[in-house]
Design a protein. Structure first.
Length: 167
């Protein structure tokens, strides 16, 4: 089956379906930030819901139950931040990406014109320090690197601000 999905026709069909879901405001495929467009196009997109209600409706958990499950809460918080970034990036010059190289990652990278900001989301689930931010900063030299959530900008404060305020 994997061979069938990798067929050029199926890849085009899946890309078209993803475009339809994105245009309907349901799901977006974030491209990988790679500096060069050629490297971006060769990478698989990171799928992101544009409204976390799509995720939480199927969980069957209350907010307090979700908070008590670190893995689920972490996904919800990261998705809420990503949805806010994507839904706020309405300008033609603003793009949202993810970045991952050799075990290091940054949840979201936003480029607006020549400005670049990297966002790492922490939900307080006890994961390791965001070493991906330091690596990303060393390689790409963003204007800012920000942590959203635990030990950073409180989630509610982040969601209340427009995207432009972080540049």
């Amino acid at each position: 089956m994997l061979g069938e999905l990798q067929d050029a026709g199926n890849t085009v069909t899946l890309a078209h379906y993803l475009e339809l879901l994105a245009s309907a405001g349901l799901i977006v495929g974030l491209p990988k930030f790679a500096g060069a467009r050629v490297r971006q196009r060769g990478s698989s997109p990171k799928l992101l819901v544009r409204n976390t209600a799509l995720m939480s409706a199927f969980l069957g958990l209350s907010q307090s139950e979700a908070r008590r499950t670190p893995q689920i809460w972490g996904r919800l918080v990261e998705s809420a931040v990503g949805a806010h970034l994507c839904n706020s990036a309405t300008s033609a010059v603003t793009e949202v990406f993810y970045w991952r190289e050799r075990g290091k990652e940054v949840d979201y990278v936003v480029r607006s014109g020549r400005s670049l900001v990297a966002f790492e989301v922490k939900s307080g689930d006890g994961r390791a320090a965001p070493s991906g931010l330091a690596e990303f900063a060393k390689v790409f030299g963003p204007n800012r690197t920000l942590i959203v959530g635990a030990d950073g900008i409180p989630l509610a404060d982040f969601l209340a601000e427009p995207l432009e305020s972080w540049f």
